[in-house]
Design a binder for this molecule. Structure first.
Ligand code: S3P
Length: 190
């Protein structure tokens, strides 16, 4: 069930000039839901991991493997700063962040001051894990069950700072996208 955060209801009707950020753990559906929300709103969609890869000229997995997580976080913050600069001067976008991006205070702070809205997509940790397994691909921080759950628990308090919380457990991508748009009361671009 969708649960507006404490300041959720006031979001309705507020003018959203910069972006809608989707945050949450691996497997939360940030990219798939983000694409649908963007299509429905006729906004552009940006995946921050893609921006990191384009900026660094290597994949996320390569950055982790060759330079470690700290280097990836630096690249991620730099890509976010570039993106926020770009967004402040252009059309709004729906942005999917990688699972660790919003956890970094520096990133959360930059987003907070950017006239954007942040939506936390959540699901039971077992379902997040199942989705990651089903999807395959390389996720450098996908670990055994105990560490996966531990990382989820430590990050959850950060995600909870988002403006809006939406539970995605057992829901279809389209239903979640519709829910976000309706809860935020965002207008389609004409
Ligand atoms: C990460 C999640 C990944 C990617 C990187 C680090 C994390 O994105 O940014 O591997 O720290 O949880 P997804 O959440 O899209 O898998």
């Amino acid at each position: 069930m969708a649960k507006p955060a404490s300041n959720g209801p006031e979001l309705r009707g507020t003018q959203l000039r910069t972006a809608l950020f989707l945050v949450g753990f691996m497997g939360a559906g940030k990219t798939s839901v983000g694409r649908v929300v963007a299509r429905k709103l006729r906004w552009r969609f940006v995946d921050l991991d893609d921006r990191v890869e384009a900026r660094e000229g290597r994949t996320v997995a390569e950055i982790f493997r060759e330079h470690g997580e700290a280097a990836f976080r630096e690249a991620e913050s730099a890509a976010l700063e570039d993106l926020l600069r770009e967004l402040s001067a252009g059309d709004p976008a729906v942005v999917a962040l990688g699972g660790g991006a919003y956890v970094q205070t520096r990133n959360a702070e930059a987003i907070r001051t950017s006239n954007s809205r942040v939506v936390f997509l959540d699901a039971p940790v077992e379902e997040l894990r199942r989705r990651c397994e089903a999807k395959g691909g390389v996720r450098p921080l996908f670990a055994d069950e105990r560490r996966f759950r531990q990382l989820y628990e430590t990050r959850r308090e950060h995600y909870r700072k988002a403006d809006l919380h939406v539970g995605t457990g057992g829901k279809q991508v389209y239903a979640v996208a519709r829910e976000i748009i309706s809860l935020l009361g965002i207008e389609k671009k004409r």
